[in-house]
Write a protein that binds this ligand. Structure first.
Ligand SMILES: NC(=O)c1ccc[n+]([C@@H]2O[C@H](COP(=O)([O-])OP(=O)(O)OC[C@H]3O[C@@H](n4cnc5c(N)ncnc54)[C@H](O)[C@@H]3O)[C@@H](O)[C@H]2O)c1
Length: 298
């Protein structure tokens, strides 16, 4: 562990950015994880903003719980935990981001809501602030067109759970500058993440490949090809997947899966049509693990 920590400290020194304070918008499962890693690993000051005060409370409990587990396992010290928590502040007011150097947006996967948020951010944040979106599928170029500095807008797609998963997909939009790309890559290194680049196409690389697989599993369940356990166990034990596709869908959030499939369907054609059963689950509010009820009950 010592060696790994030293290599990371060296990489951080070599690649460090001028970013001191980062605003994270959306305190759901992704936003909370991004805020934690920014504060814990990259040692940034973080302002986590969510419109919903209950979510803010839940994020704090979640981050605290994750850090406490790491202390119990001996991965970090009690002091590391306290210092991480001190670096994160919480707000329900977007104006609290007026002095940040970098923003990571992680709100609901909805094109109109994201575009409106970026329009507001362009008015609130100081000129030169990099605005990154953690969108799973929405065009970065389209989001950027709602700001007055599209060169500063970029996709920074983290994987779930953020403190554990190594990858960040980086997606430059049509007008994203080299400078914005460099700073984003450096920030990802400071967070101890590995990066890949994807063209700004629906779903980028990860979800262009993953979502049709999950959707097909839902369709298989819809057609009665097997029970949910049959489908998940077949893929887990038969194909060495770390978890079955329906369990994974519950983990991601069925609303998020459905939104991504809709973007793929609208922009890439009928091959990507969401399964009617996925739609039904979303209509029923059975959104997966985050609400304790999806294909499975938690
Ligand atoms: N869930 C995943 O596995 C995963 C993985 C990678 C990327 N993403 C992407 O990350 C984003 C967030 O996903 P999530 O799973 O964390 O969703 P989530 O439903 O857990 O959280 C979304 C949060 O955004 C907040 N919110 C909504 N509108 C807001 C606004 N205008 N201002 C401030 N807060 C607002 C909501 O209160 C909620 O807390 C989505 O774009 C999703 O596609 C998700």
């Amino acid at each position: 562990m010592f060696l790994r920590k030293s290599i990371h400290t060296l990489a951080q020194r070599y690649y460090s950015t001028n970013v001191n304070t980062v605003g994270v918008i959306g305190g759901g499962q992704m936003g909370a994880g991004i805020a934690q890693v920014l504060a814990q690993v990259a040692k940034k000051n973080v302002i986590l903003v969510d419109l919903n005060k209950n979510v803010i409370e839940k994020s704090l409990i979640g981050i605290n719980g994750f850090l406490q587990k790491s202390v119990s396992k001996g991965v970090i010290t009690e002091e590391d935990k306290e210092n991480t928590l001190k670096r994160i502040s919480f707000s329900d007011d977007l104006n609290s981001l007026k002095n940040v150097d970098f923003v990571v947006e992680a709100i609901v996967e909805n094109t109109e809501i994201k575009c409106n948020l970026f329009k507001d951010l362009a008015k609130i944040c100081k000129p030169g602030t990099i605005l990154a979106s953690n969108t799973s599928s929405i065009s970065i170029t389209q989001i950027a067109s709602h700001t007055n500095e599209p060169q500063n807008v970029i996709g920074m797609h983290f994987m779930n759970p953020v403190p554990i998963m190594k990858l960040v997909e980086v997606i430059p939009g049509l007008q994203t500058s080299e400078e914005t790309q460099k700073t984003t890559l450096k920030l990802a290194v400071e967070m101890n993440k590995t990066t890949t680049f994807s063209k700004d196409m629906p779903g980028f690389i990860a979800n262009r490949l993953l979502m049709p697989y999950i959707n097909e599993a839902v369709q298989a369940l819809h057609e009665g090809l097997g029970t949910k356990e049959d489908i998940d166990t077949t893929m887990k034990l038969g194909c060495n997947m770390p978890m079955g596709p329906l369990t994974l869908a519950d983990f991601i959030g069925l609303d998020t899966c459905y939104s991504i499939m809709n973007i793929l369907h609208t922009q890439l054609g009928d091959k990507y049509k969401p399964s009617p059963l996925l739609k039904r689950y979303v209509e029923a509010g059975r959104l997966g693990k985050k609400v304790k009820h999806g294909f499975y009950t938690y």
